[in-house]
Design a protein around this ligand. Structure first.
Ligand SMILES: [Zn+2]
Length: 456
């Protein structure tokens, strides 16, 4: 094709493209951008040592005079969790800025470091920390379960910087930490008898003592060390889906594996492509999502049914899109990933001909919006609003606007527009009103606090 003709065709394409995309997504800028270099080792007695180095680029428009990082392992020490039978031990060996010893404070899950030299926009700062720790037996996601080790949020994590460091106090009710897409080099050195399961899609079943991974564009890194796990591997398209059990029946593992493959395939089809080559499902611990890995409870000694665990698996897999790629602050807008994981799960489970299930919760719950910051809910009540009320109201909206097919098309469009971006409630409502041609806020006001009502 001649160049002029090519340009002509190209400009026609662009014109068509522009007239179709009359909607411009606005993202919430992350303000910080991090590259992590992490070494993690465990000895035969369950003592972990970590050496973490982070290059943090200031992509905000403010000058930084201090750094604030999450350090969640510290929440499980006897000082911060006196009720634990076996709390974690945490010992920090060194904290450095630009390879020089730095003064710092550690309070609860916050590391605070005043900077001797401030960091201007577009400049970066390097942070190093060496520390040692053991895992508690009754922690939350950071715990030893029988002879297996689950390491979630085990390293110093860089918050987003949005009008200051966006670092909230830790709470085990909901997720109080918010990080943005980052790159990681991870080296893990563990005793040979453990199977390593991580966010990386290159961990193999055969354990080698030294494992080095490069993982790009993920919000966090999860690591599990499993002793003699059961495993089933199946392919969905080109993705390897592994299910790890720690004492389940073969039959149940098979069922879970089938559910995982079917729901994964459905989500890839209706929402968009999954970014990794592998997805791991560990049947143990609390139901939880991490990039490339999910945990989803076990039948062992728990009063939970097969069906409940399978639903949990579907929900956590849906998070690979809503959390894993479309980001939101789980402290202030947790419903955007929880409500959507619930909603996508219900789409997968529903028969085609049926209406999306709407449950009127207004008589059962104190009326509160689904997008309050976590500390504004009474303990133990937030999931009613963040999961249930939001899912139900999404169903109600789609029942009035095209049903299941429109809901599926919407998820795909929403994902394509906001992939690797951060969304908040206002932006979501702006997009939904545009997409479904909704004229006012009346479908949202009963369950979301919108900007004009939020600060009352
Ligand atoms: Zn969830």
């Amino acid at each position: 094709m001649k160049k002029t003709m090519f340009l002509c065709v190209l400009s026609i394409f662009l014109l068509i493209g522009c007239s179709e995309v009359a909607f411009n997504p606005n993202e919430e800028p992350a303000g910080s951008q991090s590259n992590y270099d992490m070494k993690l080792s465990m000895d035969n007695n369950g003592l972990f040592s970590a050496d973490v180095s982070i290059d943090i680029l200031n992509v905000s428009n403010e000058k930084w005079d201090e750094l604030k990082l999450y350090f969640i392992p510290n929440m499980f020490t006897s000082e911060n969790s006196p009720y634990l039978n076996t709390p974690s031990k945490v010992e920090i060996e060194s904290v450095k800025i630009e390879n020089q010893d730095a003064s710092y404070s550690l309070e609860k899950d916050t590391i605070n470091i005043p900077l001797k030299t401030s960091v201007s926009p577009n400049e970066s700062v390097s942070f190093q920390m060496k520390y040692h720790f053991t895992l508690p037996t009754d922690g939350v996601r950071f715990e030893k379960i029988d002879s297996n080790y689950h390491l979630a949020q085990w390293y110093p994590m860089v918050p987003t910087y949005q009008k200051g460091w966006n670092k909230q106090d830790y709470t085990s009710e909901g997720e109080s930490y918010h990080t943005t897409f980052s790159n990681f080099n991870l080296t893990v050195d563990i005793p040979k008898e453990y199977t390593l399961v991580t966010t990386s899609d290159e961990d193999r079943l055969l354990s080698v003592s030294n494992n080095t991974f490069r993982i790009e564009k993920v919000k966090e890194i999860f690591v599990a060390l499993l002793k003699d796990p059961q495993v089933i591997q199946k392919k969905s398209d080109n993705v390897n889906i592994r299910v790890f059990g720690t004492g389940e029946s073969e039959e149940f593992l098979d069922e879970v594996s089938e559910t995982a493959v079917e729901s994964f395939h459905y989500f890839e089809n209706i929402i968009g492509p999954y970014p990794h080559k592998q997805l791991d499902i560990i049947l143990d611990g609390l139901g939880m999502e991490y990039p490339g890995v999910v945990t989803a409870g076990s039948l062992k000694g728990r009063s939970v049914t097969n069906e409940r665990i399978k639903e949990m698996v579907i929900h956590e897999i849906a998070h690979q899109w809503f959390y894993g790629m479309v980001s939101n602050d789980p402290y202030t807008d947790g419903w955007l990933d929880e409500g959507f994981a619930e909603f996508a799960t219900s789409l997968f489970l529903m028969p085609n001909e049926k209406e999306l299930g709407y449950i009127d919760l207004s008589n059962k719950l104190e009326p509160l919006p689904s997008n309050l910051p976590l500390h504004k809910y009474l303990n133990g009540t937030q999931s009613n609003y963040i999961y249930g009320q939001s899912r139900s109201n999404l169903a109600k909206i789609f029942n009035q606007h095209g049903g299941k097919q429109t809901a599926e098309d919407f998820l795909s469009r929403y994902f394509t527009l906001y992939k690797y971006k951060e969304v908040d409630t206002e932006e979501f409502v702006r997009f939904m009103k545009f997409y479904l041609e909704i004229k006012d806020d009346s479908l949202f006001e009963s369950w979301l606090a919108l900007e004009n009502t939020k600060n009352e």
